[in-house]
Design a protein around this ligand. Structure first.
Ligand SMILES: Cc1cc2nc3c(=O)[nH]c(=O)nc-3n(C[C@H](O)[C@H](O)[C@H](O)COP(=O)(O)OP(=O)(O)OC[C@H]3O[C@@H](n4cnc5c(N)ncnc54)[C@H](O)[C@@H]3O)c2cc1C
Length: 382
């Protein structure tokens, strides 16, 4: 067992760390406050090749792997989670379904711009009435000649309404199985298709520089060839995508948790109370030591899940453990980092205030903490 990074991985981590500090940090607070999407940051991330990290070179990617993507997400989230979730969703929810399940024609049509970061894709699974119970999908797609006719709506879809969004993949009921259960399939809906409406952006508690919309489909017609993978495989497809995505969200949560440690160490050295830096007080030292302990163990959990996935071994339980643990400790660290900052921790100009607002969604998105516990328990045979 060797958790040391390769030279390439270390180099990538360093360059993303520098990028986050030099390019993201100076501009993100304004985007966050104004709820604007950081197009310029995304364009520069595209130039660095970050959107192509886990994809092979034949598709314009960097030829790296999913673990390398996680390292990049961790470094970005250490500074800002809106930018990190934009990259995470663009790859693991946007481009990955096309790469994993698409035909050669679909890959040739959509992947080059997704992999270069010139375009983004959304993943439309959640609906206004169904999230955790994703099998409850109500959106319907009916084959009419050589077109799918889609009706329904999707809620909280990341990267679905930017100026560079090229498509969303939509999970829809396409029929009934012999046993009476729903047949679910995934269909590619290009942006701008008549009948496909993107609602104004949600007003969110956090992730304020990331793009999230409700989507509606009213007699929305797309070619039959836009079916992604086999008809009826929608359920299996989103389970696979979400299993992988949990490792990436765990990495993002670890990044936020580490950012809380970074900011707390700095502040504890600068802020004086009762005649000395607050970092001299053991109560503060122990709080920061516990934050570092939690971050380190959560990092090991996602490294383990990623290693199993890359080795082709079962990783569902480990991915759920990593996501559950990392999101829990991210919330804990954000709360403690805010406490260490006292009143300034409640001021939006301090990064820890942003960390606090951004931490809670980690216990909800891509499967709530309750859902992770259900997955772990089921995997244990319960
Ligand atoms: C900012 C943001 C971005 C998102 N991006 C996307 C995206 O790009 N694509 C996408 O498809 N979705 C996206 N989502 C949706 C997200 O994945 C869901 O919100 C999440 O899965 C929870 O679903 P829900 O909101 O419907 O909650 P519900 O499923 O209604 O759950 C409500 C509560 O009940 C609990 N619960 C549910 N069932 C059980 C049970 N059996 N036992 C115990 N407790 C249970 C849940 O854990 C939760 O606490 C996003 C959400 C947000 C907020």
């Amino acid at each position: 067992m060797d958790f040391r990074l390769t030279e390439e991985q270390e180099a990538l981590r360093e360059s993303v760390r520098d990028f986050a500090r030099e390019v993201v940090a100076p501009v993100i607070a304004e985007h966050y406050e104004k709820h604007t999407f950081p197009y310029d940051v995304v364009r520069q991330m595209g130039k660095m090749g970050l959107f192509g990290l886990p994809f092979p070179e034949e598709h314009g990617g960097m030829g790296g792997d999913y673990f390398t993507l996680c390292l990049a997400l961790e470094e970005l989230a250490r500074v800002d989670s809106s930018v990190a979730i934009t990259l995470e969703a663009a790859i693991s929810l946007g481009a990955m379904p096309i790469y994993r399940f698409g035909t050669e024609e679909q890959k040739a049509q959509w992947l080059p711009k997704l992999v270069s970061g010139e375009a983004l894709a959304g993943f439309g699974l959640t609906e206004p009435g169904f999230g955790s119970d994703a099998g409850g999908t109500q959106t319907r797609a009916v084959l009419d000649g050589d077109e799918w006719v889609i009706n329904g709506s999707k809620a909280f879809i990341t990267n679905s309404g930017t100026d560079i969004t090229s498509l969303v993949t939509v999970t829809a009921v396409t029929g009934t199985r012999p046993d009476g259960s729903k047949e679910l399939s995934t269909i590619i809906v290009p942006s701008g298709t008549p009948g496909f409406t993107v609602a104004p952006a949600y007003s969110k508690v956090g992730w304020n520089a990331s793009d999230t919309h409700e989507l509606t489909f009213e007699d929305c017609r797309v070619p039959a060839a836009n079916l992604l993978g086999e008809r009826g495989r929608g359920f299996a497809q989103f389970l696979r995508i979400l299993d992988e995505g949990r490792i990436a969200i765990a990495a993002l949560a670890v990044g936020l948790a580490q950012g809380c440690v970074d900011e707390s160490v700095r502040y504890a050295g600068e802020r004086h109370a009762f005649g000395q830096p607050i970092g001299n007080y053991q109560a503060i030292q122990f709080k920061i030591a516990d934050m570092e302990l939690r971050t380190h163990t959560a990092r090991l959990a996602y490294y383990d899940a990623a290693a199993r996935m890359l080795a082709g071994e079962p990783f569902k339980r480990q991915a759920a453990i990593a996501k559950l643990h990392a999101s829990t400790i991210a919330v804990d660290n954000a709360r403690d980092a805010t406490q260490i900052h006292g009143g300034y921790g409640f001021m939006n100009e301090y990064p820890v205030a942003r960390f606090w607002r951004d931490s809670k969604i980690l216990e909800i998105g891509e499967g709530t903490s309750e859902v992770q516990r259900m997955i772990i328990a089921r995997d244990l045979g319960l």
